[in-house]
Design a binder for this molecule. Structure first.
Ligand code: FAD
Ligand code: FO1
Length: 471
């Protein structure tokens, strides 16, 4: 198949030959219509075989501790996907239940000619795919639409740190950091809905999105977020806003929690409503007509985070099955933390003490409240926040479990490889080196209140969070 999609993005997950029948794209991580290599690959296959193209999304009743706040953001984004696909005469069907079962059932009922999925290194997504690949009576292709350089290609093993990963990805980047071809209107209309399984569909064959909330088995307490407008269109606008207004000051402001210096794009990237490759492509070409040194430095620092750090997280979760427990820590950290397990803790807090921001440290409490109330904690504070959980719990296992629980429950961008590796970096020295040995932390890098206080205007951060809580 002559394809604009680089074959190195594609992995065949079973041995079935492509047969007659509609081509199905099982959307999961990359919840967008444009700039989506998996959807582009499915369309190329459907065009070549003169077949309809249908997109399906299977709504799992629970997902890694997500609450109604994250599901609402996601479902509103998917409603936009459905509308955009219908304009292109591409089918969209929302299934509910266990993806491992529902995907097979759908493909059987429509006699799918081929199934295309997107890529996620997380255990749950890989389990879903494994059970589909095993029982699917059609060929199943996985396309890495989330990494600019396909995860399997960037490195064939777990990388030790950013400095070992950076040269590998930088070498490959020029061939992959390209623009995208547009998704085309599809000339082979998908069979009338009657020919396809009826699902939670409202009038006129459109999914009734409100009804779906009832199928969710999630906590409904974490209150609604107002700061983020969900969806592909809003993600694109937020990207343009960031590049035009905030990118030049990114290098100077990004690590200062008292300023709003980050892009705030992680919720759109996590849900795949914005393509990381689109973002990197647009940032790389920003301001190229003006030789502005500050802008160039900011672009470099932003791309270091967006490309090297983010794709290093996928590398970590893909190659290390213990990405969410201490067995995944590097040996020096595992052994050293073990030696310090009995060290007395000056403070000890329960999970609900942390959850309700009831520690002795007002800075830590502010960071926790920023995440609970605003749905997103400042990146610099996330490091301090996780490291203090190590300091104030009985064991590193308990610390990592608490940090993952809280981050995945309250953060809009949670349940993401970036989160598992960010927490493993903070608590277990993953992708970091050994530092001077001290109680509890051993040689894991330490961060102190005094250290942060000397760097930033903490009172301004506390005031920012207080204002957020009063909204
Ligand atoms: P910006 O500074 O504007 O960065 C732009 C993008 O670059 C981010 O959206 C992200 O995709 C990437 N990026 C930036 N910093 C990192 C990093 N350190 N590691 C990997 N990618 C990075 N990120 C999440 O997406 N979800 C999480 O649940 C999450 N949990 C974290 C927990 C801890 C303890 C730590 C230390 C970091 C965590 N991060 C997480 C990584 C990072 O803090 C966030 O990606 C960033 O703060 C998101 O805000 P932003 O998009 O405004 O960032
Ligand atoms: N993907 C799905 O295919 N079905 C779901 O029901 C689903 C729910 C969900 C809830 C919160 C969240 O943060 C992500 C969710 N995902 C879902 C997204 C997806 O599986 C991502 O690939 C992973 O989060 C990895 O980034």
């Amino acid at each position: 198949m002559n394809t604009a999609v680089d074959q190195s993005r594609v992995e065949k997950l079973n041995r079935e030959p492509v047969t007659e029948g509609p081509v199905i794209y099982w959307m999961s991580r990359d919840q967008r219509v444009q700039d989506n290599w998996a959807l582009l690959y499915a369309q190329e296959m459907a065009l070549e075989r003169r077949q309809p193209l249908v997109v399906i999304f299977c709504l799992a009743p629970e997902f890694l501790g997500a609450t109604l706040r994250q599901y609402r953001f996601m479902l509103q984004g998917l409603a936009g996907v459905e509308m955009k696909l219908r304009e292109l005469d591409i089918g969209f069907f929302l299934l509910t239940g266990d993806p491992g079962r529902e995907i097979i059932r759908f493909c059987r009922e429509v006699r799918a000619g081929a199934l295309v999925g997107d890529f996620s290194p997380l255990r749950i997504n890989r389990c879903w795919k494994a059970s589909v690949a095993e029982n699917l009576p059609a060929p199943f292709f996985e396309v890495d639409a989330h990494n600019i350089v396909p995860c399997r290609l960037a490195s064939e093993k777990q990388e030790y740190a950013a400095y070992t990963f950076r040269p590998k990805i930088k070498k490959l980047l020029p061939g992959y950091l390209t623009d995208y071809p547009p998704l085309k209107p599809h000339p082979h209309p998908y069979p009338a809905p009657a020919g396809l399984p009826q699902n939670e569909r409202g009038k006129g064959g459109v999914t009734s999105w409100q009804a779906l909330e009832k199928t969710l088995n999630v906590e409904r307490t974490a209150h609604e977020l107002t700061g983020y407008v969900p969806g592909e269109k809003a993600g694109r606008e937020a990207m343009e806003q960031f590049i035009n207004a905030k990118l030049p000051a990114y290098a100077a402001d990004r690590n200062d929690p008292s300023k709003d210096g980050q892009s705030n794009l992680s919720p759109y990237l996590h849900f795949g409503q914005l393509s990381p490759q689109r973002l990197a492509f647009e940032v790389a070409k920003a301001g190229t007509e003006t030789a502005d040194a500050a802008l160039e430095t900011s672009k470099e620092e932003f791309l270091e985070e967006l490309v090297v750090r983010r794709e290093l997280s996928d590398n970590y979760c893909f190659y290390n099955e213990d990405y969410d427990n201490p067995a995944g820590f590097p040996r020096w950290a595992r052994e050293n933390l073990e030696e310090h397990k009995q060290d007395p803790r000056e403070y000890l807090y329960s999970r609900s003490d942390f959850e309700e921001a009831r520690t002795h440290d007002q800075l830590w409490n502010a960071a926790q409240n920023e995440m609970v109330v605003g749905g997103k904690m400042h990146g610099y504070m996330r490091m301090y926040w996780a490291k203090k959980i190590l300091e104030w719990t009985e064991t590193p296992e308990q610390a990592q479990a608490y940090a993952i629980y809280l981050n995945d429950k309250y953060s809009l961008d949670g349940r993401d490889p970036n989160g598992y590796s960010g927490i493993a970096w903070s608590i277990g020295g993953v992708h970091d080196r050994a530092w001077g040995e001290r109680p509890v932390f051993g040689k894991v890098r330490y961060m102190s209140y005094r250290g942060i206080r000397s760097k930033f205007n903490i009172d301004a951060y506390l005031a920012r969070v207080r204002a957020l809580m009063q909204q």
